[in-house]
Design a protein around this ligand. Sequence first.
Ligand code: TYD
Ligand code: MG
Length: 454
Amino acid sequence: MARVQSSFVCSSCGNVTSKWSGRCEACGAWNTIHEEAPATSGPPSKSVTRAKGRNVPLTDLAAAEPPPPRTASGLDELDRVLGGGLVPGSAVLVGGDPGIGKSTLLLQGAAAFGLAGLSVVYVSGEEASAQVRLRAERLGLGTAPVRLAAETNLRDILTTLDGERPDLVVVDSIQTMWADNVESAPGSVAQVRAAAHELTSFAKRRGASVIMVGHVTKDGQLAGPRVVEHMVDTVLYFEGERGHQFRILRSVKNRFGPADEIGVFEMTGGGLAEVANPSALFLSERGTPAPGSVVFAGIEGTRPVLCELQALVAPTPQAQPRRSVVGWDGGRLAMILAVLEARCGIPFAGLDVYLNVAGGMKISEPAADLAVAAALLSAREDVALPPETVVFGEISLSGALRPVTQTENRLKEARKLGFTAAIAPRGGKAGDASGLSLTQMGDLTAFVGDVFGA
Ligand code: TYD
Ligand code: MG
């Protein structure tokens, strides 16, 4: 008989290898690889019959099952990120750093869905029911129609839920759940996967929605939410900087709506408050125009969001100058610096470069290229950009400016917030740009010449 091979799983990213190593090849994390017992394989069980694996024509399904109605919670920022509300039978994962506000968000969400008519059960594996009730009272939700349970044994939870048949189950957190038929310790990759699998199957079987909380873990002892991302329908991450009050709920995967959508909240003494106009909030701390500061007109999901990019460029005696980025991609920064040097003859050798997206925002759009270049140049030349100006556009390796999506929406948002000028690539459909002095340019050299006179 062939020897049964066990496999090694990274608890941070879920990558599977055949041998142990100290560092995960896939995500680079140290000490995150753990041995996992092999899944027992054997002949298919006798009870699997042909009928269970049967298939039906796609057209039949359409007629038989109309799309189920979504339920909106009334918390617009949450509903938008879910794709317009909660779909019955869907499994949602909400990941985020410990202490960022996941429990607060989901307790408020559970209460809102309860008030919207769903029967909701909030299962806490981290806090006793009394603690959850206290928190609910502090949030002004003491009378919300939500049932609480403090339990970690998955079998008990599922037995109760099968009896109660709620419309929505919130499980806080997936790392505390424990399946007694899996041998490894709670929080291990095997346990977290088993719990996510059981809860997802429950959602599909009963047509109930399940929202699971997953802590992003750093030490490698606990499995992170990434190991179950592939099992669920929707993956949301709750992000923010500890020092800032802004919190951003971002969808990174959604079978029932657009990905990359964001919802913006503010952590207050009375819980999370929705931020209906994030641009105003992100720009609220902006002072008088200073060298190195540029306002970028971005798009997050379906919504335009304006935010401030800040750059600092300082001489350094080091042979290897620093390149430090917060809120943007370090690789992309290196690319912009290389293009500025190669195409415009502006070197950054011997200069430390720091780039920061204000307000704890994270930007992934290439449309921020031109705004980054503008911030770098403005910091390097110590010249502030013209006031009340927004900048956006993608930069190619040749130094050409490429048009980006939704030019019109970006300009509209800028105008709404009182900006009077915009710099954008040539070729974008600007639509009605009245009220804004719009400068459209074809390449980076023209931009450098026009704006900085270099
Ligand atoms: P929590 O929801 O417990 O975080 P998580 O579940 O992601 O670990 O939130 C914890 C933080 O939020 C805590 O540091 C206190 C802060 N907080 C407020 O500022 N206001 C509030 O109303 C609540 C409930 C929490
Ligand atoms: Mg919590």
